[in-house]
Design a protein around this ligand. Structure first.
Ligand SMILES: [Fe+2]
Length: 370
């Protein structure tokens, strides 16, 4: 225990009980204090301290609002603060305002010698936990302090539950989305694995599209969306009859109609991603649109086609041309690149085509299956 002089703070763990006279100073340990009494009357502070210490509180004292704030600056938040209204330097109202702003979780009980209703109402509006009139009895003080601290505990508890509940809900929502994604990715691979001609198509489209998009300046979440969109772009083919998908000869109008339904069906299947990954849904819906408006399902033109879908369309076309199908042989990469350039401006986006070509300068490094 160290004896301190007026306002002296002699050690980080020793904060002065702010006293107007040196002989009244007494040492306190800041770390364990749970109550601050702010009053310019030493006798009032003493008697309040005595009453509260008998209840198990460890009290700090200050003789004005300004000194009260100094004490709080040293100790950090103190759960219970009892403050007089009329004081030099900074009065009770000013002190209350500052405490509410800087230490909002402290519970402040205001004390006054005068029975002014408006002052009491003002204090409560400013966030005081209670307003008491002097002189105050031990029983009343005890009851009011208990009530103020109970209220504070409830507020803190509520906040804790709210925060942790929100976090838990967020974590679960994320996990649900991850599980959903894993499910559709597995489904996409299982769909392709059944067919020797399309095996690995989605992964390659995804790789081509990512390399192209990176050339066009995509990065971070935008690039992730293209990666996933490329992987899932044909997921809606689950609804297309296999006989149609693998038909070696040209399609009848009814069969072609069936093929044109896969983008919209894919979009519906992936609707749980609508909020988190709208770009993935745009790719799935619009990867068969053409710049000249002759694509499907919406017949969008030019820039009305989402850029992510225009990029995936280039990747999709290239992979389709460079892999063997039941009805034709694979085209060499150089030939397929020339074809991409030929249809740039009518079917495909010329910028996306050029970015694709620039991103794949060496055909021998392309992931084309043997
Ligand atoms: Fe498709």
């Amino acid at each position: 225990m160290v004896r301190l002089d007026v306002r002296g703070i002699h050690h980080p763990t020793q904060v002065i009980a702010a006293m107007p006279h040196a002989e009244e100073a007494k040492p306190v340990v800041a770390g364990s204090a749970n109550c601050l009494i702010v009053d310019d009357e030493p006798s009032v502070r003493r008697s309040l301290s005595r009453m509260l210490q008998a209840q198990g509180f460890h009290c700090l004292e200050a003789c004005s609002g300004r000194q009260g704030l100094e004490v709080l600056d040293q100790t950090g938040e103190i759960p219970l603060i009892i403050s007089d209204m009329r004081m030099p330097e900074l009065d009770g109202m000013g002190f209350l305002e500052q405490v509410r702003r800087r230490f909002p979780d402290s519970s402040v009980i205001m004390l006054s010698g005068m029975s002014e209703t408006t002052t009491a109402v003002d204090c409560l509006h400013l966030g005081a936990a209670d307003f008491l009139l002097k002189p105050i009895s031990l029983g009343e003080l005890q009851a009011r302090v208990t009530r103020a601290l109970e209220k504070r505990a409830l507020v803190l508890q509520n906040r804790f539950y709210q925060k942790h509940l929100e976090q838990q809900v967020q974590e679960q929502a994320q996990r649900i989305q991850e599980l959903f994604l894993q499910g559709v990715q597995m489904l996409a691979r299982a769909l392709e694995a059944k067919d020797a001609y399309t095996r690995g198509h989605s992964i390659r489209v995804s790789q081509y599209a990512v390399a192209t998009a990176a050339r066009l300046g995509f990065a971070g979440p935008g690039l992730d969306g293209i990666r996933l969109g490329g992987e899932l772009h044909d997921i809606g083919k689950i609804g297309t009859r296999e006989a149609v998908l693998h038909k070696p000869s040209s399609l009848t109008p009814e069969e072609f109609q069936q093929i044109t339904e896969h983008p919209a069906l894919g979009e519906r299947m992936l609707s749980p991603l609508a909020h988190e990954s709208p770009d993935v849904l745009r790719i799935v819906r619009s990867h068969h649109e053409r710049l000249d408006g002759r694509g499907f399902p919406d017949g969008l033109r030019g820039e009305n086609i989402p850029i992510e879908a225009r990029i995936v369309a280039v990747a999709d076309s290239f992979d389709a041309m460079t892999t063997r199908r039941p009805y034709r042989e694979a085209r060499p990469p150089d030939d397929a690149m020339r074809e991409l350039r030929r249809v740039a401006g009518t079917q495909l986006d010329p910028r996306a085509v050029e970015a694709f070509v620039a991103a794949h300068p060496d055909p021998s490094e392309l992931p084309i299956p043997a």
